[in-house]
Design a protein around this ligand. Structure first.
Ligand code: TYD
Length: 220
């Protein structure tokens, strides 16, 4: 087997609601499997039974909302468990890890949007991640206006209510977007910013081209 085929990678997907994250991850997973890659698909908050329980606590709306510091610590507790029990073992086995949200979400939501100190969030992220830094963050960048439009459309179709985060004001989501774009600017080599307003097919092609450019995938 060629060295290129055995290489594992830790890829994280970030973006506003409606950015097409889930579809893109599913497509990439199918493509990698078709190319014989061994991979796991996972998500945050969650990814292990305990972390999924913490996710349930974070997303429920029928009890008191956690204060901002408690919320941050719950995300980090979920992350520490996920890293130790799922991500590190998968990488050690040589698998690709495709993760729906990770530490950059904490910087965007808890620091840029909730306004907790960046240095503290960075420290807690590093503590929870314990060295398992992603090889690449893929940001599906979308204007907040378009995210709201897509969400309204989806909710209408499904008859579902917005969860606690989705009820946040527009400026909260503008801060989240700025949080992602700022992190991408700070570490351009670890970030790929894709225009999520384009079609799902074009988005996927962009992603594949980039992974090929990095030598992680052979040219198709
Ligand atoms: P989820 O339903 O998974 O959102 P999405 O489908 O958009 O990924 O809910 C996760 C929510 O938690 C989402 O609004 C982002 C938020 N979040 C944080 O605030 N901090 C974090 O560290 C993470 C991982 C997620």
């Amino acid at each position: 087997m060629a060295a290129e085929e055995t290489m594992r990678a830790f890829l994280v997907f970030e973006g506003l609601d409606g950015s097409g994250k889930s579809t893109l991850i599913e497509r990439l997973a199918a493509e990698l499997k078709a190319r014989g890659r061994d991979l796991i698909l996972t998500r945050e908050p969650g990814g292990t039974p305990l972390a999924e329980d913490i996710r349930g606590i974070l997303l429920r709306t029928d009890v008191e909302a956690p204060c901002d510091r408690a919320e941050l610590l719950l995300y980090e507790a979920s992350r520490a468990q996920h890293v130790d029990r799922v991500i590190k073992p998968a990488l050690a086995r040589g698998q690709w890890v495709l993760c729906d949200r990770f530490a950059a979400s904490t910087v965007a939501f808890q620091s840029f949007a909730r306004r907790l100190a960046r240095a503290e969030v960075d420290w807690l992220n590093a503590y929870a991640i314990a060295g398992a830094d992603p090889d690449l963050y893929v940001l599906l960048d979308l204007p907040v206006e378009e995210s709201f439009r897509r969400r309204a459309h989806r909710n209408l179709g499904q008859g579902v209510d917005d969860d606690r985060f989705e009820r946040e004001a527009r400026e909260f989501h503008e801060a989240v977007r700025l949080g992602y774009l700022t992190q991408a600017r700070e570490a351009p080599r670890n970030w790929l910013v894709l225009d999520a307003a384009q079609s799902p097919e074009a988005l996927f092609e962009d992603l594949l081209k980039n992974l090929e450019g990095r030598g992680w995938l052979a040219k198709s």
